[in-house]
Design a binder for this molecule. Sequence first.
Ligand code: S3P
Length: 437
Amino acid sequence: MSDKIIYPKTKLRGEITVPGDKSISHRSVMFGSIALGTTKITNFLKGADCLSTIDCFRKMGIKITEEGDSILVHGKGLRGLSAPPETLDVGNSGTTTRLLSGILAGQSFTSVMSGDESLNSRPMGRIMTPLNRMGAHICSIRDNNCAPLRVEPGKLHGIHYQSPVASAQVKSAVLLAGLYADSETCVTEPALSRNHTELMLRSFGADVTSVSYEDGSAAASVRPCHELYGQTIQVPGDISSAAYFIAAGLLVPGSELLIKNVGTNPTRAGILEVCQAMGADITYLNTQNMEETANPGGEPTADILVRYSHLHGTTIEGSLIPALIDEIPMIAVMAACAEGTTIIKDASELKVKETNRIDTVTRNLRAMGTDITPTDDGMIIEGGKSLTGTHIRSYLDHRIAMAFAIAGLIAEGKTTIENSQCVDVSYPDFFRILEKL
Ligand code: S3P
């Protein structure tokens, strides 16, 4: 386990590309595996989470190879997976576990999924409830609604599921099981979560419809499917990884950074709205909208030019939360440096991420001298005090390690990020790029 030391910097300048989107990389391998023919993926994120997904499908008989810069998934069709000879190791990855549950629910063999300590303590009842209602047989082996999960064959029926949480992982698990059901499956959610599954399944040939309602809630449906067909997928840069360099450009005095080819799907790009509300100087170049882009299902992209800005506090709430849920640790650091108060609410989902991020953000920002009050569904941050470099615990949470590494660039003195290698989960090159800048 290695620590990283960060010293204050000024004038970050340059052009960077961020790695491929994690959510889209996972889905490319999953959908490619259950499609007929070859799926060719470029700009695939080789982070630990997505490698867990590859490993699981290899164990179920799918050949996944590399060709130059691309990954080739030699899909075997909706019913082509074979029984894994051992437990499927999902590592640290909630997306692997929950989306794979939807696929495994429709198979004619028994399988077991298990992950690391953090993963095995995250809530899985949220996918077990709807999937079992569809006729799946998924049980928590330790009977605590967490992984390890055992999935046994079941005959699936379409349901209308009203999800209590806006979660793309829950929605995706139910839609994927819906491919194997005997009638239409519909999921409604209180706010629209990232819609990569809907866009990508459609491009693989599934009959998926989506609607958004005026009150912010949304629904997606899928009809039972005969087959999916392999696709060529160009994965856009991950806005969740870009977020750290967007923040660095805004916070470090004298900076100007160009971040190229970033996915700007509105269901993901909430951080850009927040930056605007905080007074950030951001320009979008080379924007490619849904009709123009070569990305799966029409994922929009842009190059993002960020300049050092004087930020002010804001309120972040409601249906914007799912569009920036993974960026809240970084936004909290930005809020600590902004003038005035920032309120984050309706974000109790933060408690069930890789760590309880209300807790881990609060502890680390307090250690740096920020006045922050955790609440039941978010946090209140009094900005404007300068940050003090200190020993930062990552709690093995990649997003905490990266957000506080950026905080270290503007803190007074030395900042140490403990167990910094946990960034490998989503951004193995993070510290190398940071040092290069
Ligand atoms: C993801 C959905 C989000 C997000 C996670 C990736 C996905 O989780 O936090 O990092 O790829 O579907 P929830 O669906 O639990 O909100």
